[in-house]
Design a protein around this ligand. Sequence first.
Ligand code: KDG
Ligand code: MG
Length: 403
Amino acid sequence: MKIVDARVIVCSPGRNFVTLKLTTEDGVTGIGDATLNGRELAVASYLSDHVCPALLGRDASRIEDTWQYLYKGAYWRGGPVGMTAIGAVDTALWDIKGKVAGLPVYQLLGGRARDGVLVYGHANGRDVGEAIEWVHDYVERGYRAVRVQVGIPGLASTYGVADEKRYYEPADRGAAPTENLWSSETYLRAIPDALERVRDAFGFDLHLLHDVHHRLRPIEAAELGKRLEEVRLFWLEDPVPGELQEGLRLIRSHTTTPIAIGEVLPTIWDFRTMLTEQLIDYVRTSVQRAGGISHLRKITSLAELHHARTGCHGATDLSPVCMAAALHFDISVANFGIQEYMPHTAETDEVFPHDYRYANGYLQPGESPGLGVEIDEAAAARFPYERAYLPVNRLLDGTMHSW
Ligand code: KDG
Ligand code: MG
């Protein structure tokens, strides 16, 4: 089952997506999501200039061997660009294997370990009142878990608080990144009270989540976790930048608020200390970021051993191809926790027709052979790439701040 064609398709149906399409000598196709938000063309080039030529003639059935060939064989290991590229190849090969077997991918991963995939939606508001209105909107649509982001009085704009509520988009089109101002002091003064008000409005039957987007230092995050204990969050996400794994010890020793980390982290090595020392509760990486289904399974097994669960990233910069793959993974894995779900726009859904479905707070992977998602290349061609960036953060004195 030789690979005879490997192509990268870049399109922008409302936002940029990079998709890898592999074709075998028997005409079976598989696709993988290679989108790296704000750095899309770097992965497109990594794939078309370096990976695709080396895939031609390889046996499409050898998924693990191809993963090792691309990871170890490159000499330059890890990193978001390389791992996103490997993830796209791996996802496309699982898609092909499912189509050849005539089975949805989750059946190849061991079948259903649960009846549906619990998802959380995104509510945000310029103030608590508006955030509460949007939480209501999600509750009315059956959601059992909602992430809540609230504008911070005194900060002109806050990442995660958008004008467009239904199809929230983290990146901005333009020649350079937009800039947000950040002050941990201002944020820490406002956010505990805001989340308490949301909890009071909905009671404890609804799961509430909150994302710090890596902007605190460990001691600040420890304080926040402690002050939020009564709110009983499902998780506090990315309280600090994840690469300082040791910093999580400080947070952990001060609070029982559950911690989720990892949407920017691509390899099992990036999670090693935080999992083996039980410093986090949820692994936030994704099929797209972490080298595909094959490598995400390994990270998840390490997490299972240390009582951590999955919480796969699922913002709009993860295409329906990644979402389909995530759902096959989520439904089959023992230590699943929750799946992030931000619906895509109608234009994106037109480019990526898929058979996964939302109902009553849960998503279901489709039953078609493979991943159950395709790319309509004619539709994709109508939406050419447009430069876009994630914003950057500066402190009030102009210093560049962390994500
Ligand atoms: O590309 C970055 C976004 O996907 C990310 O910032 C959104 O933090 C996010 C989340 O939890 O969805
Ligand atoms: Mg996040």
